[in-house]
Design a protein around this ligand. Structure first.
Ligand code: ADP
Ligand code: MG
Length: 679
């Protein structure tokens, strides 16, 4: 078995399973091998039912009390099974696994292992693992078991089995890192690391394995970036520009004054655009620091110099929003703005392509649709990516190839310290917007537990009565997107019942069709929906200044940086805004972590504190989506490894770099194509 073999080569994976794996980007053996566990668990002795407690993961040994019951709720098939032991009874629930009904027999005892939750006042275990053969379980006692990120139709068991198959049959390649580097940085062998990360001997060897793989990831990233920078070499621009009076006019027409920081960064951008070299700049600024207007100014300047310019954003919702606000702000400037997103009809798209090709469109706003082959630009002089951390480096590059070495501007709200930004965006100049617009009232925060919910709802009601709007971010569900969608719907139902019927409450989740999402977002933006129940799809860039409440359920499950982004959706207008973090556990640590947000509204500070609190002991931390997402490395918690890896990458000779990539051609693509979760 080879790295590049399709996963159907693995025993137990057929065509049907292959399709499911494809959904999470796993095509080859190599992909599977790099599908790292998100956590590990250690199996303990079974406990009596009377001793299981909410929130814990427990194993019980119990038999079926009554015949299992299968129900259908919308798309879900729910199997409820009541089990008992000598100490009590417990309800077990499985979703979309109807076949279990016949596999479980009355009167036989099994081992069940799963997370215990409260539903309607009673304890339940959801999606427990079943050990039909108890010996299997006892063999695993005290061994670290991997827990993999899953998707609908995949089970952890299948992943473990497939991983074993790979380990037993794969011809592992020799380590690509030169010996002197391995020695200097005390790296363990890569093959060993790949084995240990899935099936660690103990915590210590797991830590070492992880360190090696994190090092690899950052090391290769740095190398790929280095190659890209070299190939770009500093070049004279094909699109020289002069300053444009219209930009000053636009600044004067704004309903506010630019901040000092905005002025400063704008002059840096202007300098780049009027210089002889092509611009390659990153603007980093906390949520709400006012990056959009800078993008607009740059776009306008390009257009007034006779060129085309475009801006790519990660979600359709955001594309639409930018499109409408640009149209509004540019009325009277004789600029034609065009929208291009995936959900447009073929007819609409063709019209857009034509307008772009014939330069009837000056500014093009869109999603990934902008980099489709069919789009032919005319004199594309400036490309901007907004919310860069949601794209891969490669996607930004593709957009560049659409013009002849255009000027490049990327915007990011990821709060990372400058030292790290220089490493991670090594090919770009960096501007920092370190000031929020004045006269904005600081957001008032509170961290509460679930008993506060009714109070929070009353509070939202009052805000709505004053004409304001609210976001409620729904509890997260790990297992699958489908369940997540159901969950949003159920929660919306609950909140509708808890609030007066005059309030319009709608939901939004990733599984909805783009058209539906857009229409909900539009109605929220225009104020006809007052409360929006949502998953984190609203995390990026959305700007509805009239929304003043952000309520986040299960806040403890999010990374602080992500919560900060979510909070950034409010406090964008003149009204006092509020953020309510609902902590779903009583854990003191969880509360302490959330208190950081309570104390500060500063993204950089939060990222740093988060880092301190987690420390090196916490291997896997909490999902930090929205950051520069690496497969295993975390730019905050692994900052020291990042620095070492960058240093090591720098120390290689050009020949060594070429050798690594020519011997392992898949490496570079893999690294640069990685993307955040685009929605
Ligand atoms: P982000 O940096 O998160 O992309 P936006 O550009 O969306 O932030 O700006 C957030 C809000 O602040 C918008 O409603 C925008 O109109 C407003 N804004 C931008 N700059 C200023 C400023 N200098 N003074 C007051 N409001 C501003
Ligand atoms: Mg923005």
């Amino acid at each position: 078995m080879d790295y590049n073999d399709s996963i159907v080569k693995i025993k137990g994976i057929g065509e049907k399973t292959q399709k499911i794996f494809l959904k999470i980007g796993i095509e080859t053996v190599q992909d599977l091998l790099e599908h790292y566990p998100r956590d590990y668990e250690e199996f303990g002795m079974p406990v009596p039912i009377s001793q299981v407690s909410e929130g814990s993961v427990a194993t019980i040994e119990a038999y079926l009390g009554i015949t299992p019951r299968l129900r259908r709720v919308r798309h879900l098939q729910i199997l409820n099974v009541q089990v008992r032991d000598s100490s009590g009874t417990l309800m077990l629930t499985w979703f979309n696994m109807p076949f279990l009904k016949n596999r479980l027999t009355m009167g036989t005892s099994y081992l069940f292992r799963g997370k215990v939750k409260t539903k309607n006042g009673a304890l339940v275990m959801e999606q427990p693992q079943i050990f039909f053969n108890k010996e299997d379980y006892y063999k695993l006692l005290k061994v670290l078991q991997p827990i993999y990120p899953l998707t609908e139709g995949l089970t952890n068991k299948l992943l473990i089995k497939s991983m074993h198959e790979v380990h037993n049959n794969l011809k592992f390649a020799k380590d690509y890192i030169p010996d002197r580097i391995s020695k200097e940085y005390s790296l363990i062998d890569r093959t060993k690391a790949l084995k240990e990360i899935h099936f660690p001997k103990d915590r210590e060897s797991l830590k070492r394995a992880r360190e090696r793989l994190v090092f690899d990831e950052f090391f290769l990233y740095s190398l790929a970036l280095r190659r890209m920078r070299d190939s770009k070499a500093i070049s004279r621009t094909e699109y020289p520009m002069n300053e444009a009076d219209e930009c000053e006019r636009l600044i004067d027409s704004l309903p506010y004054k630019l901040t000092k920081a905005q002025h400063l960064v704008w002059s840096e951008i202007k300098n780049d655009l009027t210089s002889e070299l092509a611009m390659n700049r990153l603007v980093q600024g906390d949520v709400g620091s006012g990056k959009t207007v800078l993008a607009l100014l740059a776009l306008l300047m390009a257009v007034k110099n006779g060129y085309q310019a475009c801006i790519m954003v990660p979600t359709e919702v955001l594309a639409k929003q930018h499109y409408s606000s640009f149209c509004r702000m540019l009325s009277g400037f004789d600029v034609s703005v065009c929208l291009l997103v995936g959900s447009m009809t073929p007819k609409e798209k063709n019209e857009a392509y034509e307008r772009i090709r014939e330069h009837k469109a000056d500014i093009i706003v869109g999603t990934h649709a902008l980099i489709q082959e069919k789009v032919v630009y005319d004199n594309l002089a400036l490309v901007i990516t907004d919310e860069q951390h949601r794209f891969g480096v490669r996607q930004r590059e593709y957009l560049m190839t659409k013009g002849k070495k255009p000027h490049v501007l990327v915007m990011s709200a990821t709060p990372i310290p400058r030292t790290l930004a220089i490493i991670l965006y090594g090919d770009l100049d960096i501007s920092i917007l370190d000031e929020l617009p004045a006269r904005r009232l600081p957001i008032k925060n509170c961290v509460v537990n679930i008993s506060y919910r009714p109070t929070a709802y009353r509070f939202i009601e009052k805000q709505v009565a004053q004409g304001r709007q609210a976001y409620v971010i729904c509890p997260m569900v790990e297992e699958s997107e489908m369940i997540e969608a159901e969950n949003v719907i159920d929660y919306t139902q609950q909140i509708r019942e808890a609030m007066p019927s005059g309030i319009s409450i709608e939901y939004l989740h990733g599984k909805m069709k783009p058209k539906e999402k857009n229409s909900i977002m539009e109605r929220f933006a225009e104020g006809s929906i007052q409360v929006l129940v949502s998953t984190t799809v609203v995390e990026v860039g959305v700007n509805v200044p009239n929304a003043t409440v952000m309520m986040v359920e299960n806040a403890e499950r999010f990374g602080l940086a992500q919560l900060h982004q979510l909070r950034g959706r409010v406090g964008r207008g003149e009204h006092q805004s509020y953020c309510i973090f609902v902590c779903g556990t009583g854990s003191r640590e969880a509360k302490e972590r959330l208190e950081i947000l309570n104390k500060s509204n500063d993204g950089f500070y939060i990222a740093e504190e988060d880092l301190k609190l987690r420390g090196p002991g916490d291997l896997f931390g909490i999902r930090q989506s929205g950051d520069l997402d690496f497969r295993i490395g975390n730019i905050y918690t692994d900052a020291s490894i990042l620095k070492l890896a960058a240093q090591a990458a720098k120390s290689l000779s050009d020949d060594e770099v070429e050798e690594i990539f020519s011997e392992n051609p898949y490496l570079e693509d893999k690294i640069l194509n990685k993307t955040g979760n685009t929605l």
